[in-house]
Structure formats: C-alpha cells, structure tokens
Design a protein around this ligand. Structure first.
Ligand code: AHR
Length: 318
C-alpha cells in the first residue's frame, strides 16, 4: 500500500471512529450544509426551510454561506471533513469542478446529499442523493405559457441565471427546446443577470437601450428576482410590463405574487425552495444506514396573474 493511500485510509478510519463518538457524546446528528449565498428571495426561503427543519429535529447544523463563490463552498466542504460531521449537504453554485473535493469527502467516509442543484461528475458514487426540481421542465413550462399567451409571435429577451449553474443551463435548454416549435418567437438578446434583482434591472436597462429595445415584446427571466428588477427598468423606460411587454419568470416567490396581483408580472413557474423536510428525511435515513433514492424530485405548479387573488397572495408561504 502506497504511503499516501495508507494515510488516507488511516484518516478515514480515524474519522469514522471519532464521528461515532462525537455523535454519541452530544447525542445530536451533525450535518454540515454549504449554502450558495443570499442572491434571491428563493434562496432566503431555502435557507430558512433548512435551518427551521434542523432545529425542529434537534439536528446540530453547521451552516456556512459562500457569497456565491465556488472556492468558498470548497473551503466549507473541507472544513466539514475536519469537523467530522456525520453528513454533508450542499447546493452547488455551478455544475463543474467538484470531483476532487467530493473524492476527499468520500475518503473520509462522509455521505453527501445534493440539494437544489446538481453537479457534473464522472463518478456517481460521490454523492448519495440529489433532491431538487426539474429545471429543464421549468424552462419548457415558461416557453409553453409564453407561446400560448403571445399566439407564438414576439421578440423575446432572456435574463439568464448564474453562468455555469444547473438552473441557468437547464432553464435555457428547456425554453429553447419549446421555442424551436414556434418560429414566430425569437430570442433577440440573452445575458446573465446572476439571479439578482439589481443585475436583472441593469441588464434589462441595457436591452431596452439597444437598437432592438423598442421592438421587445416579451421577457423570460430565469428567476423572479431578475424579473422584478427588470420590471422596474421597463417602467422607468416608460413601457408597461405585463401589458405591452409580457413577463414570465421562474420561482413563484411571494414578491412575484405581489407583482402578479399588481399586473406587472404575467406568469411565474414554481420552483419549490422548501427542501428542509426532504433533506433531513434523507440525512436521517443515511445516518441509520438505510438506502435512499438517488433522485428526489420536488412537486411544483405554475401561476398566472389571473389566479392571484387576495386570498392566494395571503396564503403564499414564501
Ligand atoms: O437553484 C435555484 C435558483 O437559485 C432559483 O431559481 C434562484 O432564484 C436561485 O438563486
């Protein structure tokens, strides 16, 4: 056995033993969670769901936020190995670049659960389960709604999510797949607004100022926050969002419901952020040594402004 292999093996063994005694000493299951950041209303609801569910179950949650940076997430994951947590969970900011750190976690014998976003790795055994939405289908739903609402005619601009992230890649793919069947709907401009309200506004301002600006009839935003920023830009440019410029986005957060009630947002495709209960069901099963499903998909709906009454708005959870 090579020295490095032996060292890794010894470390894994040591980790496994100390992990058990840590849990036994405190009685609580320790989970390390690396969150992307706080870029959107969706993310805030997701963080709240995870923290509340851990508290409810008496789980010792080590929660670290990465400010939207992959290097901070990798650092957090390594710190979870050092802290010998029982399970590691994270929502990866981008799809690629995770294989080396996931291999380190595997060597340490700690199971990994992915929530919200997937990773691209060649070894599927590097994580136990992925809990989250079907982002491609969300993109398709947005396009199907747009095609119907516009009778397949219009000049569309697109605000993409964070470059390299699973939702930005998949929501674009699903949207374009459906749009290909509607030659009267063309994407005139497409740029990242990084899933934030401020960036969404800034990029939409630039779209409206461009030569294509006056001809834009529809906006597709990969999340509600970017759509809400863009709605402000559209209003400031003297145009009417929801009426002469149709807006469709993804998430279904409460602020989007407010905009739909006001008539400035036409449609929001739901992406459920309340993943805490499903995550900790999986975590507890793994800790008991039970097998878990490789893929758990969240149930989601879709909302148009016609459906948003005062009662619907009041009952919206996040
Ligand atoms: O990964 C989910 C996406 O990330 C949400 O749609 C977006 O709002 C968030 O920032």
């Amino acid at each position: 056995m090579r020295a490095t292999t032996f060292a890794a093996f010894a470390f894994a063994l040591l980790t496994a033993c100390s992990k058990e005694s840590d849990t036994a000493a405190t009685g609580a299951l320790r989970v390390g969670f690396s969150q992307i950041g706080a870029e959107s209303g969706w993310r805030a609801a997701n963080t709240a769901s995870i923290k509340a569910e851990a508290k409810k179950r008496g789980i010792d949650l080590v929660f670290l936020e990465a400010g939207g940076k992959q290097e901070n997430q990798i650092r957090a994951l390594r710190s979870f190995i050092q802290q010998r947590v029982d399970v590691i969970a994270f929502s990866p900011v981008v799809e690629t670049g995770w294989q080396p750190v996931l291999e380190e976690i595997k060597q340490a014998g700690i199971p990994v659960v992915l929530t919200d976003r997937a990773v691209a790795v060649t070894d599927e055994s590097l994580y136990e389960c992925f809990i989250g939405s079907d982002f491609v289908e969300e993109g398709r739903r947005a396009a199907r709604w747009l095609a119907e609402a516009t009778k397949g005619q219009g000049v569309v601009v697109e605000l993409q999510g964070t470059p390299g992230s699973a939702p930005a890649i998949d929501r674009k793919k699903g949207f374009e797949e459906v749009l290909a069947q509607h030659p009267g709907l063309k994407i005139a401009k497409s740029q990242s607004g990084d899933f934030t309200r401020a960036k969404g506004k800034e990029v939409m301002e630039a779209f409206l100022r461009s030569p294509e600006g006056p001809s834009i009839t529809a906006l597709y935003a990969h999340n509600d926050d970017m759509a809400l920023g863009a709605i402000q830009a559209i209003q400031e440019a003297g145009r009417k969002p929801g009426t002469d410029l149709v807006v469709v986005s993804i998430d279904g957060v409460k602020d989007a419901f407010v905009a739909m009630k006001e008539g400035t947002l036409n449609c929001s495709v739901e992406c459920n952020p309340l993943l805490g209960p499903q995550l900790f069901d999986v975590v507890e099963k793994l800790h008991r040594g039970e097998t878990v499903a490789r893929r758990i998909q969240t149930e989601e709906g879709m909302f148009t402004r016609e459906q948003v009454t005062d009662a619907v708005l009041a009952g919206r959870q996040y």
